[in-house]
Design a protein around this ligand. Structure first.
Ligand code: PEP
Ligand code: MN
Length: 659
């Protein structure tokens, strides 16, 4: 498993989590001001928060906010390519300096990324080589310097990007506009070039700014309940003076420097990460250096997102649980595998070897089994725990086993490295308190009839009892559906992901109840970004003492884990490693086939638009990509050269070389 491979498929919650807060969804009648006109990027940002209201300048926009004409405004603060955007930030500083008190009347309440896909558009019939003037808003022009250089055209500044499109349509001639595709089409222009920003994908971070509530105290960042939208809530401070800037910089803040003025040569904004707030608390500035917090000051900590669950939903970096080779959470992904029940010393020893060889990082197995019928096999108890621990130790895997009663916790915690609380006990609070105080990490299954909030409340009991290493596992909830044993609630899992820092796992075996569906559900959960899986495995499922119908065979587990991109265990088996290599080769072959098909398609478009097949700038981008992933002047370069050559052949470059 590589982090790169993982990044491309999953939503990288781990990275954004510390910045995320939940804010109440605003009523649609909220009036949100923006600078520009309909179709502009500001319009799009405003529409995310309410009903957009247009203003011609940033000054008028902020004045409208201060005079209650709108409920909030959006301001473009930072662009990925061009960095801090001076015009709106300067306007914000002027609005702040007009205020008398030490606490500003304006607060930055949220940050929103708006994708910026700029196109170059001109009246139909205009060729790229004809363009002599390019119209756009100054910040947009700064985002596509390379294009302007290539065209050797004059940049003409306009109020906003949408206006540029209409102006170019009106004037005609050898002119083009840099604007959104929507604006270009609305103005009746044709696209000459797409996504023309110097760095792609380009986006602008807009700040939502509101008036500070007039009552005493701070901005209310508390949010309770689940009817909430996750959104980044930055801590923004305006600063002046080099000492203030150094303090912010030293604390890890992102600095947005503004052009100095004679009286204040050093000034700007700092966006302070949550973890750095403490180091800035109590900081007093002198000699003209100052901080003005545009939002709560560091002394005002961000409260947990659900105050009833202060530990489970605390805004903090992802919890990583580590038990030997088993590491889960914060980008580490793990697989727990083994039999439903420990049946005999032999059985658990064989299966421990099998799951270790497949690539599992922990061994599961029940010694106390919660069975629907009191006549069904109830587990071999503590004796089986010794067999299981020996089997785990022999292959270097920690063991995970269920406790069903408070009295079992002590003796089980002596041997098992991880305790499991089963679905039936998700809300057994006495058991949770006992397990939480055991000193062992605890895996908490979601009950089949518990909501996400109730499940997190179960985790809260564990955390409150002193356990820091809590893992959550979705294992199928009860629905009307009878085709499967449970319904794997991926929506609930993702909702939990935006609420909690704890590792989240999925158990496709108990959700499906049937072997044929386990791999598909496992892949679905993995694709949704779970931190781990727990899978039941048996080598003689027909004679298993429990849950045989849902057990994967060891070889099925190997295929599944190879497909998920995990590495096989260090079993010393050449054949096992070769099969994993075969799986990688199949993936590479599929990826190359797809890449070559895309090359043929791009060649079609190039021919249609009269563009040359070979584009050396693009080849440099491809080389840089592989050099970054695999190292320059080594494998990365050789792989890139091979792919570029194959691509050119697929595009028919040789046949076209003369043209
Ligand atoms: C188990 O994992 O063996 C088990 C009984 O699971 P659940 O509690 O999810 O039914
Ligand atoms: Mn089971």
């Amino acid at each position: 498993m590589t982090t790169q491979a993982l990044r491309s498929t999953e939503i990288d919650f781990a990275e954004t989590l510390p910045e995320l807060g939940l804010v109440p969804a605003l009523p649609p009648e909220t009036r949100v001001g923006y600078q520009g006109q309909a179709g502009s990027f500001g319009y799009r940002a405003a529409a995310r928060f309410g009903r957009p209201v247009s203003f011609p300048t940033f000054e008028k926009l902020l004045r409208a906010l201060l005079s209650d004409e709108v409920d909030a405004v959006v301001l473009p603060a930072v662009n990925r390519v061009a960095g801090p955007i001076m015009e709106p930030l300067d306007a914000l500083v002027r609005a702040l300096s007009q205020e008398a008190g030490a606490v500003p009347a304006l607060t930055v309440t949220a940050e929103l990324r708006v994708p910026v896909r700029l196109v170059l558009a001109a009246p139909p019939g205009t060729a790229l080589s004809d363009v002599r003037e390019v119209f756009s808003q100054p910040p947009a022009l700064r985002q596509c310097r390379q294009l302007l250089e290539r065209l050797d055209a004059n940049a003409i500044e306009t109020h906003d990007t949408a206006f540029a499109a209409f102006r170019v349509a009106e004037l005609g001639g050898a002119r083009a506009a840099v604007c959104s595709e929507d604006a270009a089409l609305a103005a009746g222009l044709a696209l000459l070039d797409e996504d023309v920003s110097d760095i792609r994908p380009n986006f602008t971070r807009f700040w939502r700014i509101a008036r500070r509530p007039s009552g005493p105290g701070e901005v209310d960042l508390t949010a309770e309940g689940m009817d909430l939208v996750p959104i980044a809530k930055p801590r923004v401070a305006f600063f002046t003076g080099p000492k203030a800037m150094a303090a912010l910089d030293g604390a890890g803040a992102e600095i947005l420097s503004l052009q100095g003025v004679p009286e204040v040569p050093v000034r700007g904004f700092g966006i302070v990460p949550e973890r750095a707030l403490l180091s800035l608390a109590g900081l007093a500035m002198r000699n003209g250096d100052r901080f003005v917090w545009l939002g709560p000051s560091p002394e005002f900590p961000t409260p947990p997102r659900m105050s009833a669950l202060p530990r489970a939903t605390e805004v903090r970096e992802s919890t990583v649980v580590r038990v030997g080779t088993f590491v889960v959470g914060g980008g580490h992904r793990a697989v727990i595998a083994g039999p439903c029940a420990v049946e005999s010393p032999d059985q658990v020893e064989r299966l421990a070897r099998a799951v270790a060889r497949a690539g599992a990082t922990a061994l599961r197995g029940g010694v106390f089994k919660p069975r629907t019928s009191p006549y069904a096999f109830q587990g071999h108890g503590l004796e089986a725990l010794s067999w299981m621990r020996a089997a785990g130790d022999a292959v270097g895997l920690p063991i995970v086993t269920e406790v069903m009663a408070p009295a079992q916790v002590g003796p089980v915690a002596e041997k098992a490295q991880v305790l499991q609380i089963g679905a039936r006990n998700c809300q057994n609070y006495d058991l949770l308190k006992e397990a939480g105080a055991s000193g062992r990490p605890v895996l908490l299954k979601r009950g089949f009839g518990t909501t996400v909030e109730e499940w997190l409340s179960g985790a809260e009991y564990l955390l409150n009892a002193g356990c820091r290493d809590v893992m959550l596992c979705e294992r199928g909830i009860r629905t009307f559906e009878k085709a499967t044993r449970g319904t794997l609630d991926l929506g609930g899992l993702l909702a939990a992901r935006s609420l909690t820092h704890l590792p989240l796992l999925a158990d496709p075996s108990h959700a499906a109840g049937r072997r044929d569906l386990v791999a598909g559900l496992a892949r679905a959960a993995w694709g949704a970004g779970v931190d781990g899986l727990i899978v039941e495995v048996h080598d003689a499922p027909e004679s298993a003492l429990s849950d045989g119908p849902q057990a994967l065979l060891p070889e099925d587990l190997e295929i599944l884990l190879d497909g998920l991109g995990l590495l096989p265990g260090r079993s010393g088996s050449i054949e096992r490693v070769r099969r994993a290599i075969d799986a990688v080769d199949h993936e590479i072959a599929d990826a190359v086939t797809r890449r070559l098909e895309l090359c043929r398609r791009v060649a079609e478009v190039k021919r249609r638009n009269g563009l040359p097949i070979r584009d050396e700038g693009r080849e440099a981008t491809v080389r840089a990509r592989f050099a970054e992933a695999l190292g320059a002047e080594t494998e990365g370069e050789r792989l890139a050269e091979a792919l570029i050559a194959l691509g050119l052949a697929a595009e028919g470059y040789e046949a076209n070389a003369a043209g």
